[in-house]
Ligand binder design. Structure first.
Ligand code: ZN
Length: 196
């Protein structure tokens, strides 16, 4: 193992889906928690890699639930930075988590799309996007990288910093197409709300 001055996770976020796919899904989570009895707040962050049979989002949600310590603490804000978009199972797991955490906003940013040609995952992303508590479901933007660097969460190599925006546009266009599927040409749209 050789030493690097940069952050392994940051580099993985950046390289994932940018010409090469890496068989690893990294996640960086920033979670705001409130102590139920006193209202005291704390912020924790952790990084993890998905493992065989367990996706990074599932590992992250379990970790958040552990931090809540049986309801002593409650998550009020969750930021997930992932190297792939959530799959259909993880979308459902995130929706279940939200249902148990009313008022907890969830922001999700990812480097590239997971199996974007498979409708099951596209449909799950569309459904998750409609969830009111999801305040962000998007490909990394320059602002995300800047924020993570500013907070000291990721330390990117000079190469990474120079190339961070090279591929984002491609993935963002694909995501836009998934989230806004074109209506069939012969579809008949009724604006029933306007008739009331
Ligand atoms: Zn998944």
């Amino acid at each position: 193992m050789y030493r690097t001055a940069f952050d392994e996770y940051g580099e993985l976020f950046l390289k994932q889906g940018r010409e090469h796919f890496i068989k690893k899904c990294a996640i960086l989570c920033v979670i705001k928690l409130k102590f139920r009895s006193s209202g005291r707040k704390k912020v924790i962050r952790f990084k993890n890699f998905g493992r065989k049979g367990k996706h990074a989002e599932e590992i992250a949600i379990r970790r958040i639930e552990n931090e809540e310590n049986g309801g002593e603490w409650t998550a009020t804000r969750v930021e997930m930075y992932i190297s792939f978009s959530p799959c259909n199972n993880c979308c459902e797991r995130i929706a279940d988590f939200i249902a148990k955490h009313p008022g907890c906003c969830v922001r999700i940013a990812f480097s590239c799309l997971y199996r974007y040609t498979e409708e099951i995952h596209c449909e799950a992303l569309r459904k998750l996007k409609l969830n009111q508590e999801i305040t962000r479901l998007d490909v990394f933007k320059a602002a995300d990288w800047r924020l993570l660097r500013f907070r000291g969460h990721l330390h990117l190599s000079p190469y990474a910093r120079e190339n961070m925006n090279r591929w984002d546009g491609i993935w963002r266009d694909r995501l836009t197409a998934i989230l806004n599927p074109m209506l069939p040409e012969d579809s008949d749209i009724h604006h029933e709300d306007n008739l009331i």
